[in-house]
Design a protein around this ligand. Sequence first.
Ligand code: HEM
Length: 227
Amino acid sequence: MNKKTSSRKDLLVLTASFIVIAVSALWMFLSGTFSVSLAADTKVAWHMVRSSGIVAYVLLLGSTIWGLIISAQFVKNWSPGPVSMTLHSTISWLALVISLIHALLLLFDDYFTYTLGDLFLPFTGPYRPEAVGLGTLAFWGIVAVTLSFPFRAWMGHRAWKTLHYVSYVAFTLVSLHGLFAGTEGTHIGLRLLLGGGLFGVTLLLGLRVWKAQSRDKSRTHEAIAAG
Ligand code: HEM
């Protein structure tokens, strides 16, 4: 891609972003969002705990799916390795930060009194400790995997990859956490998101394993043929 085409593309992306921001702001203004007083809502913290949980989940789902797509080499022809990895680690960091905000917001909840210990020691909190504990365990798993990104070279590829398996466990725990800890775990939208997320990740994982096995098989055949 030459320089002229690339700066025209940048300009297009920038203009499109401005249009999206302007339309969103106009829509919020017209629908009266700015005239609602946050202080008047006694459940603000609770709403924010829930919404940040959903955003964190979507980010984690995105990162897990993108990681599987990279490792199955589905995009190697059009997305350069370093770009794919940067995107993968950036989404993971975002998921980690939003998960942290999601947990910390519980300290402002009026209904249950949470301490820092309740948030970060699994199965100790005042509300549905088992289901919330799964979220805490998943959080520590996400911390371990995300923090390992900058240490990939130092750890060695094999150890880094082995640690990365924790992300599947964390993803499964978080899906169960959302389903059983959420006050609206029975809501069809939440069920579709969590169920669809689990289904999509399992499907991609199956494809990834199948692709690795067929690659190994063809290598063995090549080795036998070469004598
Ligand atoms: C220290 C770790 C965590 C704690 C203490 C925690 C706590 C909670 C609590 C108390 C709820 C119930 C909120 C309610 O509906 O009343 C909840 C829901 C939820 N959490 Fe977490 N969580 C943690 C980690 C995570 C992580 C890592 C994710 C995702 C990446 C996540 C995603 C969700 C989702 C999707 C819900 C359901 C929201 C809804 O009901 O609409 N949580 N969490």
